[in-house]
Design a protein around this ligand. Structure first.
Ligand code: BEZ
Ligand code: FE
Length: 329
């Protein structure tokens, strides 16, 4: 670009006090109002952070080198940046902002880095784990709307670790997916499957995120849980997990995913159910009813929350594609 075409004042001799406004100015030439707004807020917070902490050159370099290491250890099956976002509480925050939930619906939780896009499809009653060392369990669920009406044909991704606390993708010699599946709710909104009782496990901590946790004197453990992801056209995408009550890490999850409404109890399968579902009497049983929210309702709630939050911050905004941008009209 010819610098004479730039529609901005000359930038020279910038100082601690005017570098921010000038950076924002040169970043403001895109017709994309959302990009301009996001960059403006990012630069403002980033510069304020440096000013407020009196960031040293060596700290700045340490942070950049840390990010390089986060990138270098990442691969198709290792998402260290998701992990970083998780331990900083950003993942949970973004989910709460983007997928607000009315009180009567199922709350969301962190996605984590171990969801994959190639799980085997299984039908009701099948098993999603082949780990012989795991304690077998039967999981019986329904999915409905807030009025209790069953929702059929919902695609549900389910994933959990094996009994040693590892996801299938963490094994270098993995032959085929295990501990994960995709199911479809039946005409009664039901889906049920055999699995193993989840165990607590540490998030991968042999990389830069683990080093950071150690420096912060934080443990890397997640309480025992099973992940669920629900998708159906017209319904808000739900990413959640069920957490097993009384886990030692229930109140100190390394990635902040636990919500009281997602903490569940196992009971045991009685004789009648054992016969019906083809499992041994006394097998652990997990029953849960999930509640989805319509996409329209979620969008409305999201918009309302956004406008309220902006008003609280004293910002005049309008929404474009449900995302705030400054209202300059
Ligand atoms: C998980 O539950 O799979 C997970 C979530 C966040 C970080 C690491 C793992
Ligand atoms: Fe997990």
């Amino acid at each position: 670009m010819d610098p004479s075409e730039l529609n901005i004042p000359p930038m020279k001799d910038l100082t601690i006090d005017n570098i921010t406004e000038n950076t924002i100015l040169i970043n403001s030439q895109s017709p994309d109002q959302r990009l301009t707004y996001v960059m403006e807020r990012l630069v403002t917070h980033l510069h304020d952070f440096a000013r407020e902490t009196r960031l040293s050159t060596s700290e700045w370099m340490a942070a950049l080198n840390f990010l390089v290491k986060v990138g270098q250890i990442s691969s198709d099956v290792r998402h260290e940046f998701i992990l970083l976002s998780d331990i900083l509480g950003l993942s949970l925050l973004v989910d709460a902002i983007d997928h607000p939930k009315p009180a009567s619906s199922t709350e969301g939780s962190v996605l984590g880095p171990f969801h994959t896009h190639n799980p085997p499809s299984i039908s009701n009653g099948s098993s999603m784990s082949s780990d012989p060392a795991g304690e077998p369990c039967l999981v019986i669920c329904t999915v409905s709307d807030q009025a209790g009406t069953p929702i059929a044909d919902v695609k549900i991704d389910i994933w959990e670790t094996d009994s040693s606390g590892h996801y299938d993708v963490q094994y270098a010699d993995l032959q085929s997916p295990d501990g994960r599946c995709v199911m479809t709710s039946d005409e009664n909104g039901m889906f049920y499957f055999k699995a193993i009782v989840p165990v607590p496990y540490p998030i991968p901590h042999d990389g830069p995120v683990g080093q950071l946790l150690k420096l912060l004197k934080r443990h890397p453990w997640r309480p025992a849980h099973m992940h669920f992801m629900f998708e159906k056209e017209g319904w808000d995408h739900l990413i959640t997990a069920l957490y097993i009550r009384n886990d030692p890490y229930e109140t100190s999850d390394a990635v902040f995913g636990v919500k009281q409404s997602l903490v569940v109890d196992f009971t045991t399968v009685d004789a009648a159910r054992a016969k019906k579902y083809g499992v041994k009497e006394g097998t652990k049983l997990l029953k849960h009813d999930f509640v989805l929210v319509g996409k329209e309702e979620t969008m409305k709630l999201r918009d309302e929350n956004a406008l309220k939050a902006m008003e609280k911050l004293g910002r005049r905004v309008k929404l474009i594609d449900h995302l705030p941008v400054p209202d300059l009209d």
